[in-house]
Design a protein around this ligand. Sequence first.
Ligand code: ZN
Length: 261
Amino acid sequence: MANDTQLEETCYMCSALAVSREHVPPKCLFPESKDIGGLNLRKELITVPSCAAHNAAKSCDDEFLMMSLAGIVGNNSIGYRHWTGKVDRALRRSSYRVLNSTVLKPRRIERLVLDGNLFMDVIWGTPDVARLYKCFEHMLRGLYFHDFGRRFEGEVRLIPGFIKHEPGHAHTWQKLVEARYRYEADSMPRTGGNPEVFYYQRFPTDERGLIAYRLCLYGGVDVYACLIPAAVRMPGSLVAELISGGMKTVITVGEKAFTFN
Ligand SMILES: [Zn+2]
């Protein structure tokens, strides 16, 4: 619990004094041992200091995030069992009201069981992307605070790997970003006491001061992020201008080529 030193700390999101500690990612994403055969997947959870306002604002987003993530395509069996345990109980309790607020236009839920450790849960509908982005932005700011011991001042840009785009620029960009991160990620250490549920990789700060993160939830949900400090002025991207101007542009990552226009 908080000691005198921690009470002096400020919030990971704002300049107010901290009154409690927040889990990053939220604790409810980590299954309780009763749902997973006694396994302890709540080891060494990361916490950061939080003010009262940011603490209160976050609690309803936590459940939203749990509902959104636990049923995403490509989860491992831990994500699946979390879905059938705690998430299912929460859904029944709320008479599926939360699911309706999680997914704007829910159509149906399908559970496909593949071989081995892989399950696919598919929610057909339109996710509340803006709210998901907000949850992940908070998570990134929390991880930055954990890594650097101070609040991040600047912009957080996110590319959730699990949001499926129609073929087009957004789709190609996403594939490009994934390939680029994965190309470098192999050599990066993974941080997280329960990697089946969550781990993250922080890439070395680049020459402009940008910091890239890769988050991985339930073994299959990837989120890529770039933190741009307020002091860093981003030059206009020639590549982005070429692409939006309709110029045929090919970007290669390792042996893969990504073609725009
Ligand atoms: Zn705050």
